[in-house]
Design a protein around this ligand. Structure first.
Ligand code: HEM
Length: 269
């Protein structure tokens, strides 16, 4: 289980590590269930798949790299696929293609079945800065570092990072953005059962032919109760909650969750 909760308290970090391409795609026993869910979601296609003309070459190169990677490291998984929506039934990851257009890295193609409270059509054609506009502090604190990473990374060193959040629903597909009115609903809830710890394992790979960056997102969801059983102490999470600014708490939809969870976790310390 990934538990990427920073012991130094809440802060926006780039936090990239070298990716071993053997683990570009991760498979687990939720595979069948996730793929079935993806088939069900295909009916709402505009929210799960989009491609601009500028993203076609990058998407095609990604499909070739993915087929090679599966053949090398997971041959039993390598079924034929010829589009982003087809490969999304072969691997559990979501995929975003980022293309350098002018000075900006722009989202030009994506297949997305596990948005964590964002809509694909709000982000298509936007730059890294534009995509992250709702994130308080993003541009001032890490915007340049992310841009620099995209510019400077090379095809021979791929990267990965993980982030986490808490939601009041275990569903992977959650496109509705939070707002001051749309906060998590936890009044009277058994937090262990009704709050979910959600980790995104994200990978970044610069592709040699097009120079586009493929960004994959793998989403893991577990109940807070199971998480608390698996970790020794919730002290890092408690610290993250305590040190998070009010605007970030509201951005995440945690206005009501934060006080309830602080009390809940403090009982465990
Ligand atoms: C090294 C690369 C990146 C870093 C360090 C980064 C960092 C972050 C951070 C810190 C957040 C806020 C998370 C939170 O507080 O819950 C965020 C949100 C987000 N990121 Fe990134 N990000 C990166 C690349 C990307 C890329 C390539 C995409 C392309 C689709 C992307 C899409 C998003 C979206 C859609 C959100 C939610 C924004 C919203 O609430 O509307 N990120 N990112």
């Amino acid at each position: 289980m990934y538990y990427p909760v920073d012991p130094r308290g809440n802060r926006l970090t780039v936090g990239l590590r070298t990716l071993d391409l053997k683990t570009w795609f991760e498979f687990d026993d939720e595979f069948e269930q996730e793929i079935a869910e993806k088939h069900r979601l295909d009916s709402s296609n505009a929210e799960v798949f989009a491609q601009l003309p500028e993203g076609e070459a990058g998407a095609a190169e990604f499909l070739e790299l993915a087929a090679d990677n599966l053949q090398n490291f997971h041959p039993e998984r390598n079924k034929p696929f010829s589009s982003l929506t087809e490969i999304s039934k072969v691997v559990q990851e979501d995929v975003c293609i980022m293309t350098k257009i002018g000075d900006d890295w722009v989202l030009t193609a994506a297949v997305l079945y596990a948005p964590s409270r964002w809509r694909l059509f709000d982000k298509m054609g936007k730059s890294l800065e534009g995509i992250h506009k709702p994130v308080p502090g993003y541009q001032e604190q890490i915007g340049e570092a992310v841009e620099f990473t995209f510019d400077r990374m090379t095809p021979d060193r791929s990267l990965w990072r993980a982030n986490w959040t808490l939601l009041d629903d275990a569903t992977r597909f959650q496109p509705t953005p939070p707002s001051p009115e749309n906060q998590l609903r936890v009044a009277g809830a058994d937090l262990n059962e009704q709050v979910f710890f959600r980790v995104e394992r994200q990978t970044l790979r610069k592709m040699p032919r097009t120079g586009d960056v493929v960004f994959t997102i793998r989403t893991y969801v577990t109940s807070l109760g199971k998480l608390l059983q698996a970790i020794e102490t919730p002290i890092n999470m408690l610290e993250a909650l305590k040190t998070m600014d009010d605007d970030h708490v509201e951005y995440k939809g945690w206005n009501t969750l934060k006080p309830a969870l602080l009390a809940h976790l403090e009982r465990d310390i």
